[in-house]
Write a protein that binds this ligand. Sequence first.
Ligand SMILES: C[S@@+](CC[C@H](N)C(=O)[O-])C[C@H]1O[C@@H](n2cnc3c(N)ncnc32)[C@H](O)[C@@H]1O
Length: 261
Amino acid sequence: MTSSVGRLDTEDLTSRVQAMYREVALHPEQGFHFETGRPLAERLGYDPSQLDRIPAPAIDSFAGVGYFLDLAAIEAGETVLDLGSGSGMDSLLAAVATGPGGAVIGVDMTPEQLAKATRLAAGAGLANVAFREGRIEAPPVDPGSVDCVVSNGVINLAPDKGAVFTAAAAALRPGGRLALADIVTENELPAGVTCNASLWASCIGGAMQQGRHLEAIERAGFEILEVRANERYRFLSDQAVNASREYGVKSVSLLATRRGA
Ligand SMILES: C[S@@+](CC[C@H](N)C(=O)[O-])C[C@H]1O[C@@H](n2cnc3c(N)ncnc32)[C@H](O)[C@@H]1O
């Protein structure tokens, strides 16, 4: 069923996002309008010695926008949910952090990303991570079963961000953490940008104004503990660079806890 937010065709958006990230999974070397891979991960702050502990193809297809695992501070034995897990880089790093006594569930809607992440986890002998097909607006996990929800570069792609934050809160136990990196804007984007599914799929059109982004997280039941700008995230295409200048499009990392502990 096609629904729309403003005049955005959400069915068209889903197809475009899946088509783009199918390529990121299958042909990460081809080059995109956004950066990918190990050079990006290291520049954003990922520890090279940690990256060496997971399969390289997961890092090749990394398409995140910031580092936040220090904020997540995942402990051994915890259960982690990765919303929009892609080819699995953050999920696999989280699986190393939780150890065999913990569990990581990666959720994504692009079959090729799920297949790649699943294959890499099995090849690495990481039995404590599983990848499930689903939408981040309604991830397939039991309510209150998760200690930490993470997400990297994904929520800007979701038309209903309130639903994503509400779903994250529902998945978490009281006191559980939400640690994410995402694209936000300083100024509201005009309708010409927000209703363009192509710009949206490029991680620009769906970016929420930062104040409203924080309000949406709080409204879902979180207390925000830390927000920091990812100064080292760069936009590549002229369109993205121009939007970044004009509307203050930028990457942030954030830590929040679910109220009610
Ligand atoms: C920018 S990539 C980031 C992937 C991964 N987090 C990383 O850092 O490499 C976005 C991913 O989110 C997935 N995605 C986007 N919108 C989604 C939604 N509504 N539900 C589930 N997955 C979604 C895409 O399939 C894609 O794999």
